[in-house]
Design a protein around this ligand. Sequence first.
Ligand code: ADP
Length: 483
Amino acid sequence: MNRLIPMKKEQILWIAASAVGLLGTAAAGLAGVASLPAPVAGVSLAAAWVSIAVTLGMLIRHLARLKAMTQVFRVGAQMKIPFDSRRDSVLGEIAVAAEQFLDETHQKVRQMQDENRDLGLQVQLLRRRKSSIEAILNSIQDAVLVTDDRDRVLLANTAAESLFGFKFDKDNPCLVHDAVSWRELIRLIGKSRQSRTPHVRHELTFPQKDGPITFNTVLSCVLDDFGNVLQVVAVLHDVTREKEISQMKNDFVSHVSHELKTPLASINAYAEMLVDGEAQDAETTRQFCSVIQGQAQRLGRLIEDILNISRIESGLIKVSRQTHSLALVIRDAVQMIMSYAQEKNIAIHAPASILYDQVSIDRDMISQVIINLLSNAVKYTPAGGQITINSELNEVEGTVCVTVADTGVGIPEKDIAHIFDKFYRVEANNKYAKGTGLGLNLVKQIVETVHGGSVFVTSTPGQGSTFGFVLPLSKERAVQMVS
Ligand code: ADP
């Protein structure tokens, strides 16, 4: 027994030291996460989770060993050796030594019980931290997948489960090949493990039912003290929307440059002819100047529309909202467009205004919407046609709906879905009027982005179109309705 005790003491010290060391590592990992940038934080959280899981496993094993040793000591401490020191002095000495040994053993038992309790508390703390990290990992939108050196899935958060379409079971880890069908991701996980690179970033595109999704994927290796790869952590951040926006920006810039070039080229050509003296009489000079003026105006409208749209999109436009009667805004817009309609012999019907159509709007912007819809109706309706503008109140939904219906050329069905897109022009209707293809996009931006309403269109080619928008009634009006 004498040889056994020092050996166990060393073990106890080793256990205590390694437990403290491991706890320190896990805690330091956790503390570091807060200061990291968002994409790396996902990786670090998963790494902290892995570190805690490993620590917990070791601590639980140490605790079991400590309990067993405490038991051995306790039995030793309870041993009593009966003796009479007066009768047998040698036996008495042995008995005193044995008593001392038993006292020391008692102390060790108490010490080990204390350590046992401390370790138990630390295990509880680690368990709580582990489940709190699991909760955090499950709450983030990026998919997180942790695999071990045998290609088993050690952790998959909720986003990863729904992305890859499998249910993660921590008590029965499955193979990554069974959980994930994306071969490219599995290949990169294997490559990352072989290369032992701490962090590698890849842009991966995967086909999905609703179209391809692009992920900014970070693969990180968790290494042990000897540089062996314990786990590979994969964090997938969906960048599909960002990619689309960047593509849209590029398309927009190339469209704008193209649209600006056309009138500029025309202005340049006619100005050159004037400079070269090609206009030999007053009438030709007037014609050339009129083309230049027309193209300059088109350029002005184009620039104005582009600026308005981009100001709305970037949220930089100053919106001045007040409560107005929509009927009055419609009346003024109809008056502005009337002479243009009369020139083409088109009749505009504007039924009597409805009551209580108060809306909280930027008056100039909504006027612009109505004028754009009315002028399009005039542009794309042959002479002798009819235009009817109407507004209808929906008291139940608290909205007002404005419609502009014409008896014009209509819009083919294939174009309807794109009609509110920037620079979209219906090819079949190009011969009826010139335009920029920005008017309807501006209408949509003003109604939907600025006023929280919605736009719509219905059309039958050869019979006419109905464009319209819905706006929420003013809150003040809603109060009046309730009372
Ligand atoms: P544009 O300056 O070309 O008129 P818009 O954005 O206002 O630009 O309209 C986009 C396209 O939608 C037009 O080119 C036209 O072909 C079609 N369109 C708009 N309004 C009507 C309408 N009332 N009837 C038929 N086609 C229309």
